[in-house]
Design a protein around this ligand. Structure first.
Ligand code: DC
Length: 225
């Protein structure tokens, strides 16, 4: 078992940007678990009828070939042999992922995959249930928060950078809906693990957050945390 850093928090708190930077600096593998839920969302979207009963959901999940590969240090996700890493990066895919992630059948399959992938390497893994469910014995657990308006602004900037014309009000509404769904679902809801350290990134830039996590990492290594 390598060194495990778990980063959880709501959408738009900066988890993936920071997790990637920390992984780069430490030479660890970055694992994006949200991408796996997004891929399952895509899979469900592609069915003639959106699966709803446990039996249908399990059938679709069992038949799917979900393959995670690390190419040049970055995670790529293949669904039935096709690289879907880029097409899952839309707001729609994020909202669908949030919905499908409420199904226990989906979570069981993906949690097993995440645990298997992280068994043999040093890892920074981000998501919603990493510190509570996927890696309960992680060496360092971070819970990353940020004010909703700050998170919305970051989303807005990301989308604008991609050439889209985002609607701020819609972004806030979507974030609120996702926060509500992720925090209130019955199975593994988003919550801070008892032993996770809270970092509010509202007034911090990405370099400051990365430095803070590297400082905490060093403390754990020195046995001071
Ligand atoms: O991090 P993200 O925006 O790519 O995640 C998309 C959705 O997937 C998120 O709203 C909830 C779900 N998710 C989850 O339930 N558990 C995880 N470990 C990661 C994501």
């Amino acid at each position: 078992m390598g060194f495990q850093i778990a980063i959880d928090g709501p959408a738009g708190a900066g988890k993936s940007t920071i997790a990637k930077m920390v992984a780069n600096r430490l030479g660890f593998t970055y694992m994006d678990t949200g991408a796996m839920y997004r891929a399952v969302g895509l899979l469900f979207d592609a069915q003639e009828k959106f699966p709803e009963s446990s039996e249908e959901i399990r059938k679709v999940c069992d038949a799917a070939d979900i393959d995670i590969r690390f190419i040049d240090g970055s995670q790529r996700i293949f669904l039935n042999g096709k690289d879907v890493s880029d097409v899952i990066r839309t707001e729609h895919a994020g909202n669908t992922a949030s919905y499908v992630s409420t199904f226990p059948e989906v979570r069981t399959r993906l949690v097993a995959l995440q645990q298997e992938l992280s068994r043999t390497c040093d890892v920074v893994m981000d998501g919603r249930d990493i510190g509570t469910v996927v890696l309960p014995n992680a060496d360092l657990k971070i819970f990353m928060e940020a004010d909703i308006l700050v998170r919305a602004q970051r989303r807005f900037d990301q989308l604008a950078e991609k050439g889209e014309t985002p609607d701020m009000e819609q972004i806030i509404k979507d974030l609120e809906a996702r926060d509500h769904q992720d925090r209130n679902r019955a199975v593994s809801p988003l919550k801070q693990a008892d032993d996770a350290i809270l970092i509010d990134t509202s007034d911090m830039d990405r370099e400051e957050v990365t430095e803070e996590i590297l400082r905490l990492y060093k403390k754990v290594k020195d046995g001071a945390l």
